[in-house]
Design a protein around this ligand. Structure first.
Ligand code: GDP
Ligand code: MG
Length: 686
């Protein structure tokens, strides 16, 4: 606060609008208010700033012209040092030819004070920022230069201007309102031998050349220097050697700032920012913030700045080319790996060539960095496409695996071997595709693709194996069912004492035969479908369980009491009516009939036991194998498929049923024997 008071006391004193720490003055408004007082200034104020190399007499000129009190080298002797920053002073007192002139409009004058410090880079950075700031907030920028500097493209002036033009364009290039800044070239120590007009010509030539070499943003690619700037030129005599001429020149200069009737007049509506004073403060603070915080401006060299801009622009263009051709490059060749790869590779090369040709001459680090970014962007697309390709390929290969594994016509190899061969072949093919794209640089990470494909293949194999097991099991079971049924009925319909021995023997034989016929007996099974021992055991058990079920159903469905009666009767009739040579008997007498009758009946009744209770010839009850040993208690055993097996498989007829069968049988054979006896009576009586 104290500093401000001090500043405000002495109205002519300048303030540090931007200090050496690059901070914008926090009380600028108070200073402005103090300068203006109660007057309503509106828009009738002007902002002027100065640009030029160190110690080129800028502050001296400003002080003479505007009656400001900026520090000068001469004053520095007294004050020992000048303070770096952008200084702002206010004046209404311009030095003109009209001695009696009263106060002029409010002028705000910006003086840039660099440092003579050793850190050249730092200083350059500040110089550039200060110039950029000055150009963006002022109506008139005084470009202060020695006459000898002209045409030399040195003294840093033109180089600095070039940078400032360039950044100014990139930051404020849009310029929709046609705003302009007056560049007022004040040529110091103008001796007069070279006329001002030729100095002007060479400056204009230089400026236009600088402008043409600028890297312009696209939106102002064709803009001209004069879209943004007006140019004026003034020569001033040497202050010390031609003091009178110098002072006269300054006064004349003052006229152009104050009098509208004098040509040229330096303030034009186009230069004004059309902001009330407080708005201008806010605007300039924003400008400073933008200038100060702009990352590009911090970069030590202009080349990098430009390189950033240009390489980015070119990379964008290359991407546009890339995107516009991408779907053509992909769609046409999507079913052909090599063509797809070639097409993508070509597209990548084309785009890189496009970029390289236009961007290679910019700062190498930036050029390379942007190039990698471009490649990364293309690679994202490639990865998508390649993944899509691999997905499609993966689907096709899985189908191939299925076809090959299930192929029974062309290959007689065991299933496991067929699957293994097919697996190897499709894995090879997939790997080939993956490494093909990797080699072309179209696919970065391959591990993931390969792993997920392997997983899919394993899952598919497992699925196929289960299917194969299912098919094999059902084929085997079907064969067993048919044979067991047929054979069992065959044995039961013509029963003997050892019928159950035969049935059990047949049962085992059929199972073994069926398994071996389909090469799935227990031993081979492992090798065939790739079963684990447990699985092997399980499938074998399943097959046997089904076989027992068939046997059970067949026996109990077939051996109903009526059927048993007719089996017995068949048995009886065969024995009774036919002799040992299978010839029909001709009865001679009743004794003969009675003898044959009791023999046949006895034999038939012998097998009633066989048919009513399943037991081996040595009288062991037939019990399904599920009730062996450890399963002694339950009467019913249910297997994994829900098929129930009864311990009492053997019990076909109970005592009551047996009695009924016996009665029916006896009734029928009695009729038979009666018929036979009648036939004798007939033959003997007739
Ligand atoms: P600034 O750093 O550009 O602000 O320069 P100053 O205004 O501080 O002046 C630097 C030195 O140049 C001082 O010693 C001045 O006396 C001297 N000087 C000022 N005006 C002129 C001039 O017209 N011609 C010459 N040759 N020297 C000048
Ligand atoms: Mg100075």
């Amino acid at each position: 606060m104290e500093a401000i008071e001090e500043v405000l006391d002495a109205q002519q004193t300048a303030i540090q609008l931007i200090d050496e720490r690059k901070q914008f003055h926090q009380n600028a408004l108070a200073y402005f208010n103090k300068c203006i007082g109660d007057r309503d200034v509106g828009l009738s104020y002007h902002v002027i700033s100065v640009f030029g190399s160190q110690s080129s007499g800028k502050s001296t000129l400003l002080n003479y012209l505007f009656n400001t009190t900026f520090d000068t080298m001469d004053a520095q002797v007294k004050r020992q040092q000048t303070t770096k920053g952008i200084w702002l002073a206010h004046t209404r007192n311009v030095n003109t030819t009209n001695e009696s002139q009263n106060q002029t409009a409010d002028l705000f004058v910006l003086d840039v004070e660099g440092s003579d410090g050793a850190e050249r880079g730092e200083d350059q950075d500040f110089e550039r920022k200060a110039a950029l700031f000055a150009i963006s907030v002022s109506e008139v920028l005084i470009v202060n230069m020695w006459e000898q500097q002209i045409g030399l493209y040195q003294g840093n002036n033109m180089a600095l201007l070039k940078t400032v033009f360039e950044v100014n364009l990139s930051l404020f290039g849009k310029n929709p309102n046609g705003h302009k800044v007056l560049l007022l070239f004040v040529i110091r120590d103008h001796v007069g031998i070279t006329p001002l007009s030729s100095l002007r010509d060479s400056l204009v030539t230089e400026l236009e050349k600088v402008w043409s070499e600028l890297n312009k943003p696209i939106e102002c690619e064709n803009s001209s220097l004069y879209d943004f700037f007006d140019l004026e030129f003034v020569g001033l005599a040497h202050k010390l050697l031609q003091a009178d001429e110098f002072h006269a020149g300054v006064k004349k200069l003052g006229d152009s700032f104050t009098r509208k009737d004098v040509e040229p007049h330096y303030f034009k509506p186009q230069y004004h920012h059309n902001l009330p004073l407080d708005g201008w403060i806010m605007y300039s603070e924003n400008c400073w913030e933008q200038v100060e915080n702009n990352r590009d401006l911090d970069l030590p060299t202009q080349q990098i700045l430009v390189a950033r801009f240009k390489t980015d622009e070119v990379a964008q263009e290359a991407l546009v080319v890339f995107n516009s051709q991408y779907s053509d490059a992909v769609d046409e060749f999507f079913d052909d790996r090599e063509k797809l790869g070639e097409s993508l590779k070509t597209l990548k090369e084309e785009c890189l060539t496009y970029y390289d040709e236009r961007a290679y001459r910019y700062a190498e680090a930036v050029y390379l960095e942007k190039r990698s970014e471009l490649i990364a962007k293309m690679e994202i697309e490639f990865a998508k496409t390649v993944r899509q390709f691999l997905d499609t390929l993966s689907d096709a290969l899985l189908k191939k695996l299925e076809v090959d594994a299930m192929d029974k016509k062309t290959s007689r190899l065991p299933f496991v071997e067929k699957v293994q061969n097919a697996k190897n072949s499709i894995k090879d093919e997939f790997l080939l595709a993956v490494s093909y794209f990797q080699q072309l640089g179209l696919l970065k990470t391959v591990g993931e693709s390969i792993q997920s494909f392997d997983e899919i293949v394993e899952a598919k194999t497992e699925e196929l194996r289960k299917e194969e097991i299912g098919t094999t099991t059902s084929v085997v079971t079907k064969a067993i069912t048919m044979k067991v049924k047929e054979q069992t009925i065959h044995y039961l319909s013509n029963p003997e004492k050892d019928t159950w021995d035969k049935i059990l023997e047949m049962f085992e034989k059929v199972i073994q035969l069926s398994l071996s016929r389909y090469e799935v007996s227990r031993g081979i099974y492992d090798f065939q479908v790739g079963f684990s021992e447990d699985e092997n055991e399980m499938v074998y058990k399943k097959i046997r369980s089904k076989a027992w079920h068939v046997l059970n159903v067949t026996v109990h469905d077939y051996l109903k009491p009526d059927t048993i009666v007719s089996i017995l009767r068949d048995k009886f009739e065969t024995k009774f009516r036919y002799d040992d040579n299978d010839s029909p008997r001709l009865w001679k007498n009743e004794e003969e009939i009675d003898r044959a009758f009791s023999l046949a009946k006895e034999q038939a009744l012998d097998v009633l036991n066989v048919l009513s209770f399943a037991a081996t010839s040595d009288h062991v009850e037939v019990v399904p194998e599920f009730f062996d040993n450890d399963n002694q208690e339950d009467d019913v055993y249910e297997d994994e498929l829900g098929i129930e097996h009864s311990r009492h498989f053997a019990h076909i007829l109970n005592e009551l049923q047996k009695e009924k069968v016996l009665q029916a049988f006896k009734r029928q054979i009695n009729l038979t024997v009666l018929d036979s006896k009648r036939s004798i009576i007939k033959t003997t009586t007739s």
